[in-house]
Design a protein around this ligand. Structure first.
Ligand code: MN
Length: 498
């Protein structure tokens, strides 16, 4: 990797690149790390260069790339954050200091504590500036790529940490390539036996399926052309090995039940073309009814959007087809980072101020994601010193899969899986929570401990003037938000001893 390659890529992906400053940062890092080598024997500068390069590929702006180039300087060289501030300004210093703080956690005390502390720091850094975490993820990605030079014990520890902390965070931020890559790279070190088994089991199958999919793509191209569908791209995509392993576990390790081992991916210009394409495909190929998924109307919790369908093709072979627009594709790969494309704006207000049409279309979704970042801050504030409680709630709210439910007015409420109407009510408003006496899901009455399903419209029946929650609710609610608000009232009324 060279600085020239970095600049070229950055410019190709982002029109707003400050070449001069990036080169200056490179030279600064080069000087600071002079004489240092990586365990692989390479010059140290290769590491920050590659860390920055990956971010350039996702279209990140100058300040992120500068901070990525400098990310190991305060920790590993004689130069300090002060030097960085003097040369590159306050904002770059802030990002780099965030990374330095993340790096300072050393394996100390009980394992569990270490894990929690890591998570906590990640969240706090994320709430302060997401760019810090993006750089940290890219940094980890390269460290995983060069893991084979480390002793086995370290390989295991780093991989486990990658799988338990970094990959879930990449997933939550919706950055597909980082999540998939980190999981696959750690898979072989954390579960070497399973890795070898799955690898062996799938090698042949992959080739076999890829051949089938290629044949199907050829046929599908003609079909879509005849029906007048404009296709920007159509290709086969192989499932990541670790994801495949998890799926195999759910299917008693029977690979013949995995229909999306290799899937067909179709990219079309607009959202309406996605539905048109789906229609045409269903006209020509019989779909498996249970596997038609509309993640455009109902995005996955991490923001993923696409249409999925599994059809009988080529005389009865089941093949999964995924249909999306270029924008959805970009978001699936780059996640929250996609919102920094062509801009380096940090706050929602600034993003709104930027009135480019594409961004306006995206406003609602962005708002949801940024709400989530704000939530991190809130958690930090309410957690106080009781870290155990804080982490327990964080892990439930943050790492588990999320569902989306709607208010009758159409507002989206983001909830953890297993959430109940009471969780929903407190998410809407504290008063709604306190005064809840009943609930409806899609118009039908449900109990207050009902498990809300993704996409349901939830209506809360309230009793005007009721200000006291039911102590029994504590037995089934899932969100820390509801728990905190219920306990607050009960504490005041001394109905509950803590
Ligand atoms: Mn590093």
């Amino acid at each position: 990797m060279t600085i020239k390659e970095l600049i070229e890529t950055a410019k190709a992906k982002n029109t707003n690149i400050d070449e001069e400053k990036i080169v200056k940062a490179y030279n600064f890092a080069l000087l600071a790390h002079k004489g240092q080598k990586r365990k692989t024997g390479e010059d140290y500068i290769q590491h920050p260069l590659i860390t920055a390069y990956r971010l350039a590929q996702t279209g990140m702006g100058s300040k992120t790339l500068i901070a990525a180039l400098l990310h190991d300087v305060p920790e590993d060289t004689k130069y300090t954050l002060k030097d960085i501030r003097r040369e590159f300004g306050k904002e770059v210093e802030f990002i780099v200091s965030g990374i330095t703080k993340l790096g300072k956690i050393k394996l100390r005390g009980r394992k569990q504590e270490y894990y929690l502390e890591n998570l906590r720091r990640m969240f706090l850094a994320m709430a302060a500036d997401i760019r810090t975490v993006l750089i940290k993820l890219s940094d980890r990605f390269h460290n995983m790529e060069t893991l084979d030079v480390l002793p086995p014990k370290k390989q295991y520890r780093i991989s486990k940490e990658t799988m338990e902390i970094y990959a879930p965070i990449a997933n939550r931020l919706g950055i597909g390539w980082i999540k998939g890559g980190l999981e696959d790279m750690s898979f072989q070190y954390v579960y070497p036996k399973m890795y070898n088994e799955v690898d062996k089991m799938t090698k042949e199958k992959y080739q076999e399926r890829m051949a089938v999919v290629k044949k199907f793509i050829k046929e599908l191209k003609k079909v879509l052309k005849n029906e007048g569908i404009e296709v920007l791209d159509i290709h086969g995509r192989a499932k990541h090995l670790y994801r495949l392993y998890l799926k195999l576990k759910r299917h008693s390790m029977n690979i013949d039940e995995i229909y999306d081992l290799v899937a067909v991916r179709i990219i079309v210009p607009e959202i309406r073309n996605c539905y048109e394409t789906l229609g045409v495909i269903h006209k020509h190929y019989l779909p498996l009814i249970k596997r038609i998924k509309d993640y455009i109307s109902l995005p996955k919790p991490n923001g993923y959007r696409s249409l999925h369908t599994t059809v009988f093709a080529l005389g009865g072979k089941l093949i999964e087809v995924q249909i999306r627009t270029p924008q959805m594709h970009e978001e699936a790969e780059y996640g929250i980072a996609a919102h920094w494309l062509y801009s380096e704006k940090k706050t929602f207000a600034e993003l709104i101020a930027n009135k480019r049409k594409k961004e306006r279309d995206n406003l609602k979704r962005m708002k949801r994601e940024l709400t989530w970042v704000r939530q991190l801050r809130k958690w930090q504030e309410i957690s106080g010193t009781d870290s155990e409680e804080f982490f327990k709630s964080l892990r439930i709210d943050f790492l588990n899969d999320r569902i989306f439910a709607f208010t009758p007015a159409g507002d989206v409420i983001d909830l953890p899986e297993g959430a109940t109407p009471i969780d929903f009510a407190y998410e809407v408003h504290t008063e709604v929570g306190h005064s809840a006496i009943g609930a409806k899901a899609d118009g039908s009455p449900v109990p207050l401990d009902y498990m809300i399903q993704n996409g349901e419209v939830i209506e809360i029946v309230v009793q005007k003037g009721k200000k006291t929650p039911d102590i029994k609710w504590l037995n089934f609610i899932k969100t820390s938000n509801a728990r905190m608000k219920i306990k607050d009232v009960l504490k005041k009324e001394k109905k509950f001893i803590f």
